[in-house]
Design a protein around this ligand. Structure first.
Ligand code: GLC
Length: 429
């Protein structure tokens, strides 16, 4: 990106264009509401040029929080008819205003809040904003540990592939096959915007819809869902993000004079750190997820394994060495990394959403963890790769690792945000 200042300006314009009054839609048309983990990344992007707007992003996200602490994956602030399943489908409108979905997404927010407060040029504003967010973040994390890990295993469960954020990853093929397809009619809207070959398959959608309807039928009863949901997975990626966020939340509590909550979060993080180490698969040489209905490890090799450093999962020197060698190997196998699935895997599809393409914000999370662990070379390679993909293809949703082609939504908010704080930040041009 020769013209770094120009790229930054364009990225700011994308966020401004996708601003709907204090919250940012991921992409107009394709995703016309507020999404949970998108907004966490996007808030850090806003932080580079408008701090009060950055904090507002999270305030608006938490308008969707349920009394139980659940922070839904979509908040439907205002109606729009270009997305399925919209507000009328989830059955939450008479329980919560604004209406929301009934599932969550990777809990990045506490980590972003910590990063934002550490970068703040206006520390007083940051202090007030964090003080307001702290009880809400705590309620969300407690919800994860209570409703999603009722047996105290140290790993929280996801009840829907959308909760992982990696909707159609090959890691979910096996558990999703146990879900019956819906028998009701519905109309997808995503394939009106994006070529169907680059989106999840119809058979996957039939099961996504079945699960959504199942949650509504249980009246969102967490105990019933835990016991009866036909899909229940301990996702390695989500659990590492939760672990990191819980550590960061403990630190925020400590700084805000909440020693009891800091201790509570520290203890939860310790349990999770121990349990995550158990998801190392000797067979595949990567960290994997577990189907907690069957107890089986889901052996797909996906980029989530490289979140181990971001989550600060405690592992041996030997595992660290193998993981690092793996990361370098994945990068060497494709012209543009990091692919979301190992390029030699039979499930690898370089154009289909989470089954092969490169995702800029995942590259950033992985690079952040690697750099913090003292592994300098791969983060630089990841940053260069991401920069050149965006420089060639624009602020697209995801990219083909073999050809570099950009796919999915255009003017995508978290791609613009990542550009601002990572690919071409003011400090390194
Ligand atoms: C898709 C992605 C998910 C993201 C959402 C909005 O559903 O799989 O991770 O949050 O789009 O961008």
């Amino acid at each position: 990106m020769a013209d770094a200042a120009g790229w930054r300006e364009r990225a700011r314009r994308v966020l401004a264009q996708n601003d709907r009054g204090g919250y940012t839609v991921p992409s107009p048309g394709l995703y016309p509401f507020q999404w949970n983990w998108d907004s966490a990344v996007v808030a850090l992007g806003w932080m580079t040029f408008d701090e009060s707007r950055a904090w507002r992003e999270l305030d608006r996200l938490f308008e969707g929080q349920w009394d139980s602490g659940l922070l839904p994956h979509i908040v439907f602030h205002v109606p729009a008819d270009t997305y399925f399943p919209g507000p009328g489908e989830w059955g939450t409108a008479d329980r919560h205003h604004p209406p929301t979905s009934s599932i969550s997404q990777p809990p990045l927010a506490a980590t972003m809040v910590r990063m934002m407060s550490e970068r703040a040029a206006d520390p007083d504003l940051a202090k007030r904003a964090v003080a307001q967010l702290l009880p809400k973040l705590l309620a969300w994390h407690r919800w994860w540990f209570r409703d999603r890990d009722p047996e105290g295993t140290g790993l929280v469960a996801t009840f829907h592939p959308w909760e992982s954020g990696l909707d159609n990853s090959p890691a979910w093929d096996e558990p999703l096959a146990a879900v019956p397809p819906t028998s009701r009619a519905y109309a997808r809207r995503d394939t009106g915007f994006v070529d169907a070959a680059r989106r999840p398959r119809q058979a996957d959608y039939d099961r996504y819809v079945y699960l959504m309807d199942f949650f509504r039928q249980t009246k969102f009863d967490p105990a019933r869902i835990y016991a009866e949901c036909p899909y229940r997975v301990a996702d390695f990626g989500l659990n590492t993000i939760l672990l990191r966020a819980t550590d960061d939340l403990a630190e925020l509590c400590h700084r805000h004079d909440e020693p009891g909550a800091a201790e509570e979060m520290g203890a939860a993080a310790d349990r999770s750190r121990r349990a995550l180490a158990g998801l190392w698969s000797e067979k595949s040489g990567v960290y994997v997820s577990r189907d907690t209905r069957t107890g089986r490890l889901l052996e797909a090799r996906t980029h989530s394994t490289f979140l181990a450093w971001y989550g600060r999962v405690a592992h041996s020197v030997e595992v660290d060495r193998r993981l690092l060698a793996g990361c370098n190997d994945w990068l060497a196998r494709v012209p543009q990394g990091l692919p979301s699935t190992h390029p030699d895997a039979p499930e690898f599809e370089p154009q289909r959403y989470w089954r092969g393409p490169v995702w800029p914000h995942m590259n950033w999370l992985i690079a952040q963890g690697l750099a913090e662990a003292g592994h300098a070379a791969p983060p630089t390679a990841l940053r260069h790769s991401t920069r050149s993909l965006i420089a060639r293809g624009g602020f697209r949703e995801y990219f083909n690792p073999l050809t570099g082609e950009g796919y999915g939504g255009s003017d995508f908010s978290w791609t613009a945000a990542v550009t601002l704080f990572w690919c071409v930040p003011e400090t390194i041009s």
